[in-house]
Design a binder for this molecule. Structure first.
Ligand code: GDU
Length: 338
């Protein structure tokens, strides 16, 4: 069975391609390589022994998307990762984000609505909850006004899919709301490759550990948490990738309870920034150079998932600990700098 993975050369996309291939699916990747490299194909092939099909294509080019679906009429499911994801950049360039993240989603759904049956998995984010009133966060927590155009594209994306599914019963869709993905494949063949200075905590830590960055700035230690630093739910990227496969299988087997569903994908456990640093120090045996600085504007105090729904309905649970995920991130960092 052929599955299209858009953004399949990216961080979460590439790990999902591996899990799909391991389950026997034929994968075709679309990626425009704007934030990824064709070299990732080699890493995927080294792990699975099978090179996925790949088309370098910009999903904003509507006629090329139409042509793709004509040539790959046998695609039965789509996992849609391709999107711009830098929160700060989205504030500077909102139209770029709406065009990249919303325009392309519409084109894909249009193509799927022409098919007799199609399954669609959407990369959403816990950002839709903003600072939730209750922890852990359940899927029925209210969606808060987005803090950035990026966050807005995730909210609007979910709404577009929901509205489409209402009138298009041949499409079954699941939105997965990721918490904080981290780590790399245990083989260290694929992992996260941030361009420029990493905005996210874990790649900044590993780059500091290896000596590319001098010091990690910890954004604030006066939050109302156990040690004053922010709490997040760090989920190992391989666990997250597997959640996509089980979500797809639910749709393909028509086990879904509605033709649009939403699931949180996290571990259910919150960790503070200082706990993440301690985990790095433990698995690497290195002291991390860090200092406490002012809060980063827009950061929320705390976000961690209630994963009961995903556990029950998808039969999925995160297996790896923070230390295991951190070790994989560190192994990857060491490998790519050698
Ligand atoms: N942090 C630091 N120093 C850094 C980087 C991060 O202290 O150099 C802290 C942040 O303040 C935060 C935690 O580490 O408390 C995690 O920060 P990340 O930037 O790694 O992750 P966020 O939770 O801020 O971001 C996540 C996703 C984004 C977007 C965002 C929406 O990674 O893509 O969805 O949520 O809020």
């Amino acid at each position: 069975m052929k599955i299209l993975v858009t953004g399949g050369l990216g961080f979460i996309g590439s790990h999902t391609v591996v899990e799909l291939q391991n389950e026997g699916y034929e994968v075709v990747i679309i990626d425009d390589c704007s934030n990824s490299s064709e070299k990732v194909l080699e890493g995927i092939t080294a792990i699975t022994g099978k090179k996925p099909l790949f088309e370098k294509l910009d999903l904003k080019e509507k006629s090329k998307v139409e042509d793709f679906f004509k040539r790959h009429a046998d695609v039965e499911g789509v996992i849609h990762f391709a999107a711009s994801k830098a929160v700060g950049e989205s504030v500077e360039k909102p139209l770029l984000y709406y065009e990249n993240n919303i325009g392309t989603l519409v084109y894909l759904l249009k193509e799927l609505s022409k098919k007799p049956k199609a399954s669609f998995i959407f990369s959403s984010s816990c950002t839709v909850y903003g600072q939730a009133d209750k922890m852990p966060i359940t899927e029925d927590a209210p969606v808060k006004v987005a803090e950035s155009p990026y966050g807005n594209t995730k909210q609007m994306g979910e709404e577009i899919i929901r509205d489409t599914c209402k009138v298009t019963p041949n499409i079954g869709a699941i939105a997965l709301r990721y918490f904080n993905p981290m780590g790399a494949h245990p083989s260290a063949e694929i992992g996260e490759l941030p361009i420029g200075v990493p905005q996210n905590l874990v790649p900044f830590i590993t780059q500091t550990g290896i000596g590319i960055r001098e010091q990690l700035s910890v954004f604030g230690d006066d939050y109302p948490t156990s040690d004053g630093t922010c709490v997040r739910d760090y989920i190992y990227v391989v666990d997250l990738a597997k959640a996509h496969v089980v979500a797809l299988q639910r749709l393909l087997a028509e086990k879904n309870k509605a033709n649009y569903e939403v699931f949180n994908v996290g571990t259910g456990k919150g960790s503070t920034v200082l706990e993440v640093i301690k985990s790095f120090e433990k698995v690497s045996g290195k002291k991390l150079n860090y200092k406490i600085v002012d809060r980063r504007p827009g950061d929320i105090t705390s976000a961690f998932a209630d994963t009961t729904l995903a556990n029950k309905e998808l039969g999925w649970k995160a297996k790896y600990t923070l230390d295991e995920a951190m070790k994989s991130a560190w192994d990857w960092e060491k490998k790519i700098r050698n």
